[in-house]
Design a protein around this ligand. Sequence first.
Ligand code: UDP
Length: 338
Amino acid sequence: MTQISSTPTRVLVTGGAGYIGSHCCKALSRAGVVPVVYDNLSRGHADAVRWGPLVKGDMRDEAHLAQVLKDERIDAVIHFAAFAYVGESVQEPQMYYDNNVGGMIGLLGAMQQVGVKTLVFSSSCATYGVPECVPIDETMTQVPINPYGRSKLICEWMMEDAATAWGLNFVALRYFNAAGSDPEFELSERHDPETHLIPLALMAAQGTGAPLQVFGTDYPTPDGTCVRDYIHVSDLARAHVLALDALRGGAGPLKLNLGTGKGTSVQEILDAVERVTGHAVPHIDSPRRAGDPPELVANPSRAHEALGFEARWRQIDEIVGHAAPWFAEKPAEAPKVA
Ligand code: UDP
């Protein structure tokens, strides 16, 4: 990536030890930015913080955050730190509101106190709920159907209110399904517990995990399984660098979908995993998972117009191929990130 001269030099990356956050730190570093990671390591991994310092802390600790913003001479924030499992959010809603909304309260309080007014926020297509139609564009009504999506929508509202009240400038990036890993194999996807389709399908196929449960085969989709828009995590990472640069150039506030515009069903993911690994995915047809809309596919044109962003990794086999090696060994022994 070429260096972008107007990009801030020191950016606080909350949740930078996590999956998307760590890939973003690599992209920032490539663009000449020092990513200062703020993470409580409850779900992230210290060994994924490799492009700048790591400060351990909780998002709800406003005083600590304000101190870090000052001490580290931060001029913009990218906020990833959040719980992000739809299923878990249905089971543990208060935990989601406490962590995700409470975290945004802490962050905005600290930013206002210190006078840092530039924020890129990790939002979600889950804020749309069951869309009126697909592809989904940013003008569509947001009626989330699970606590995770609601917590992200509340954060978007909080940023709008902060923009009005004290001049926050922000980009809300509504991710569709983040997938794959660093094409240079420096970073992996690691969740504990792992609940995501592609890792679980890879483990099932490679004999390192249980047979995959296919959640729902009776959806109103072409093959009866859920359709999602899988976007490569390194493409997402690059979009954050472009969003920061756009804010620095005077754009914002902006709310942008990040997707490829192409839908892939659960069954098509199983087929891709079989092509990539050479093994069929042992699976069990199972009931629908609570909180899952049938089809979520982005209209990605606004991000293209506002940021010049377009996903580079468009083939599902490439996305699955970048993730596959990390799931070829038993979870206790892998992945090994130096
Ligand atoms: N899914 C599935 N079995 C699993 C995990 C996920 O069938 O073990 C389906 C899930 O119902 C959804 C899609 O795969 O339709 C993507 O789910 P994932 O958890 O990867 O991401 P999410 O859409 O929840 O962000």
